[in-house]
Design a protein around this ligand. Sequence first.
Ligand SMILES: [Zn+2]
Length: 187
Amino acid sequence: MNQVLTLWDNDTKNIFNEAFLRKRATAVALPIKGTDAEAIKTLIDSFLGREDALGLAAPQIGIGKQIIAFRSGGLDDPEQAPLKDNFDVLINPRITARGGKKILAWEGCLSCPEIQAEVERDEEIKVSAINRQGKAVSKKYRGLLARILQHEIDHLEGLLILDRSVQIEIPKRKKLLSLFANMNSEK
Ligand SMILES: [Zn+2]
């Protein structure tokens, strides 16, 4: 189980974490073997260790590979649906179609602690990927699940909610606010 890389801890910016989180992840070679199989296992262990997570992308735990894990069931009532029985893993995921409305909603991210960002996402997407068994899969997702997948696939491109946010809610703690002022001015 790996620790989740965060952009900051309390009031300290993690510049090395940020550099890693902003890198594009590389595709997993097929057939899946060796270190990639190990990476998939580590991502699953790390994801299942965080009951608060709706999704986790490999770069968030320091693995620069295109692998995501996410809650695939029990989204309406997570307390009645243990994460270990309600998750899925996708390898090399690609969004192949987008549909429905554009929907604005607030998102959090384990790598951006304490803040919430309002982000616009497509209501429906179709995703092609490789599953854990190494088989090609293609599936449609909608609503919250489509949002979770768009968020996690963004991580594989080095994109964070900060980059897509319409607005950000930052707790009114003086130091965290000033840290944010610095981040924005660097862009
Ligand atoms: Zn995230």
